[in-house]
Design a protein around this ligand. Structure first.
Ligand code: ADP
Length: 461
């Protein structure tokens, strides 16, 4: 049977509460009852001792007894629910409670029997008279028989006390149960509410509402982890969705201009407005080449991003490679009045040389494109214990902070209004990232408007 979490938790809390309260009540009752019986026994012995002492002091030597005082003790004992009989050493009855007030004695015995059976219905009680010797100067001078209903003599006070204690315990038990129920249902609600919210939010996300987020903070760390994972999932889905939409728009946008140019040129030539001379055909050819380059780039990217990108790894000095590539670019940098510096010593890595070249070429051509005339580009190769870093810093205008997380995405260009003729299609860094990731490395950018941008490629050794 499938029930919701809140009901399940509530039922568990209630069961645990009932079991705990019952267990506590049963154990407390057993413990209390044992101590109560001990107390009753002890109390009875104490009373008996008091009677014996009181009767002993009434012996006045030579078989003389203070009869009035004995009667007073006997009556007092009777009033306290004890039936006594006093005999001298010869067995002659000096005072007998049943002779004094037989009716009262009967009532006391009945009351005792009633008290014991009401408390311990399973105990078969009996009225017994226990004889205790009365001594005078170490000699026995008589006997006092104290009658009580056994095995426990429960006075009305004792019974009242134990019964009110039991009622109090039941009251405490019922209150604890009620309290546990209330706390249990609050806890169940507190635990199930965030889960219900997470479920609701993930359903909304599954239905395509990627902007949905779970706002509430819980005091349970697991629930906080769950909500933050769902929020993170929604964020990446939202980002992917945005990029997917932008990718479609960007591809269309990138293709529209060269196709429109081609179309208008062709139409003009077909209509005889333009002569199909070499100059015009060359311009059409350039547009076609541009489209071809873009499609080629996309193809390359999909190949690099697919999981079966094959790397032909060889051991080589990456410093040597970077130096050679800088040499190839040197004239272009000089033509733009840009200073280019290199620092670094031999760094041997195991990697796909051609693909690492592509990454460096891309970083250098970006440095060339995005550094203003008269600027400076610094390239360095550094080695740590287990990584090699290629760093390209440019003191240009920097990349706006909001663009930094996106520049490695396809077709993303920080300056969207930039004339496309000066730049590429916005897939150079995406390809570079795919290559570096395939090598188990990372590519990151630090940028600020004041200091420019710094691209850091980290490769494992
Ligand atoms: P593109 O072909 O447009 O250069 P990339 O993928 O190489 O494509 O770069 C993506 C975007 O990152 C660029 O359009 C540019 O906005 C930004 N960018 C890349 N390199 C630099 C750099 N060295 N300085 C400033 N911005 C840069």
């Amino acid at each position: 049977m499938i029930v919701n979490l809140r009901t399940k938790l509530s039922i568990s809390y209630v069961l645990v509460a009932i079991i705990s309260v019952l267990l506590i009540m049963v154990l407390a009752n057993i413990f209390l009852d044992k101590h109560f019986r001990d107390y009753v026994k002890h109390n009875q012995e104490q009373k008996n001792r008091e009677i014996i002492t009181a009767i002993s002091t009434q012996y006045q030597s030579n078989d003389k007894w203070n009869m009035e005082a004995i009667e007073a003790v006997g009556v007092n004992a009777l009033e306290n629910g004890l039936i006594i009989k006093v005999k001298d050493i010869s067995g002659k009855v000096l005072w007998d409670a049943t002779d004094h007030n037989n009716g009262m004695c009967q009532r006391i015995i009945e009351q005792m029997a009633h008290n014991v059976s009401s408390r311990y219905p399973y105990i078969k009680g009996d009225y017994t008279e226990v004889p205790y010797p009365i001594k005078y100067e170490y000699n026995q001078v008589g006997v006092v028989e104290i009658g009580s209903y056994g095995p426990y003599y429960l006075s009305n006070h004792d019974l009242l006390f134990i019964n009110s204690l039991n009622k109090l315990m039941i009251g405490v038990g019922v209150f604890s149960l009620f309290f546990a129920l209330v706390i249990g249902s609050i806890m169940a609600r507190r635990l199930s509410l965030p889960i219900a919210k997470v479920t609701e939010a993930s359903q909304a996300i599954a239905n395509g509402y990627y902007s949905e987020r779970i706002a509430s903070e819980s005091s349970t760390s697991e629930i906080n982890r769950l909500t933050s994972s769902i929020n993170h999932l929604a964020e990446s889905l939202e980002k992917q969705e945005l990029l997917r939409k932008r990718l479609t728009a960007d591809v269309a946008h990138e293709l529209r201009t060269p196709i429109a140019t081609l179309q208008s040129h062709m139409e003009a030539m077909i209509d005889g407005i333009w002569k199909p001379d070499t100059e015009r055909l060359k311009s059409c050819h350039e547009e076609i080449v541009r489209i071809g380059r873009m499609v080629g780039g996309l193809e390359k990217l999909s190949r690099y991003e697919s999981e079966n990108l094959v790397l032909e790894k060889v051991s080589f000095d990456v410093t040597d490679l970077v130096k050679a590539l800088i040499n190839n670019f040197e004239s272009n940098f000089l033509a733009k009045g840009i200073k280019i510096n290199f620092s670094g010593s031999t760094q041997i890595i195991l990697a796909d040389r051609d693909k690492i070249s592509q990454v460096v070429v891309n970083l250098l051509s970006n440095a060339l494109k995005y550094t203003l005339e008269g600027g400076e580009v610094k390239v360095s190769v550094k080695g740590t214990e287990d990584t090699t870093k290629i760093i390209v810093s440019v003191n240009g205008t920097g990349i706006p902070e909001e663009d930094i997380p996106n520049i490695f995405e396809r077709f993303y260009r920080a300056d969207k209004s930039r004339n496309r003729l000066t730049g590429g299609a916005g897939i150079g860094l995406t390809i570079s990232k795919a290559i570096i990731v395939a090598h188990g490395g990372t590519i990151a950018v630090n940028s600020s408007r004041e200091t420019g941008s710094e691209f850091v490629v980290t490769l494992p050794k």
